[in-house]
Design a protein around this ligand. Structure first.
Ligand SMILES: Nc1ncnc2c1ncn2[C@@H]1O[C@H](COP(=O)(O)OP(=O)(O)OP(=O)(O)O)[C@@H](O)[C@H]1O
Length: 193
């Protein structure tokens, strides 16, 4: 009985401990207790004895580490629908807890860096392989421009946004996925994205 017990302990999560503790246990108080009380020891007593021999209590934390959260970075030209897609995602997937989008456009009045967006998306590149990078596009440049018309105040701002969008689209191959957020098809972008 004691042999079986020992083998379970040895194959436990203490593999990285020096081997000397095993000797200490096998030749120490535990064996003595097992034999001197006619096998009347309760499981609790055995555990306490083992803990005392090891010099620390058994850890009740889960041995299996909690899963690493998947980080999804959603990028795309201004006005393509990043916020709209994320809002829908959060409504439909309970497991998504917290999302902050990154943008290369300047901050607007009232927006807070790290709350509404991270301004300077390149810093997210340091996440490397631990994140999935998604690039959101409209079905065409015209579709994006039409979407921008409704929210762009000045002609100059409009031209800057279009120029920026053209630059951003050039880097599309650096992303893991490209998702099309077509006009009136937000649900599809969320579903297949
Ligand atoms: N599939 C779609 N069809 C029609 N309109 C859409 C679609 N997706 C988003 N929109 C609308 O386009 C506008 C821009 O969307 P949104 O604010 O989500 O873009 P964004 O990429 O987050 O922009 P920015 O980076 O400038 O903050 C909003 O009015 C939104 O309702």
């Amino acid at each position: 009985m004691s042999e079986l017990f020992f083998s379970r302990v040895v194959t436990g999560p203490w593999d990285d401990e020096p081997a000397s503790w095993l000797e200490q246990v096998s030749s120490g108080a535990l064996e003595e207790m097992i034999h001197t009380q006619n096998n009347q020891l309760t499981k609790v007593e055995l555990l306490r004895s083992l803990e005392s021999s090891l010099g620390h209590c058994f850890n009740t934390n889960p041995v299996c580490p909690s899963p690493t959260p998947l980080i999804i970075v959603i990028s795309g030209p201004s006005g393509v629908g990043k916020d709209a897609v994320i809002k829908k995602l959060r409504e439909s997937r309970e497991s998504i807890h917290f999302v902050v989008t990154a943008t290369s456009r300047p901050m607007r009045p009232g927006e807070v860096d790290g709350k509404d967006y991270y301004f300077g998306a390149e810093t997210l590149r340091t996440l490397g392989n631990s994140a999935v990078f998604v690039f959101l596009v409209a079905e065409s440049e015209l579709a994006l421009v039409e979407r921008l018309v409704e929210r762009t105040e000045s002609r100059d701002e409009f031209l800057v946004r279009i120029a920026t969008a053209r630059e951003e689209v050039k880097h599309v191959r650096n992303f893991d996925y490209v998702v099309v957020n077509a006009e009136g098809k937000l649900e599809n972008a969320v579903k297949y994205g």
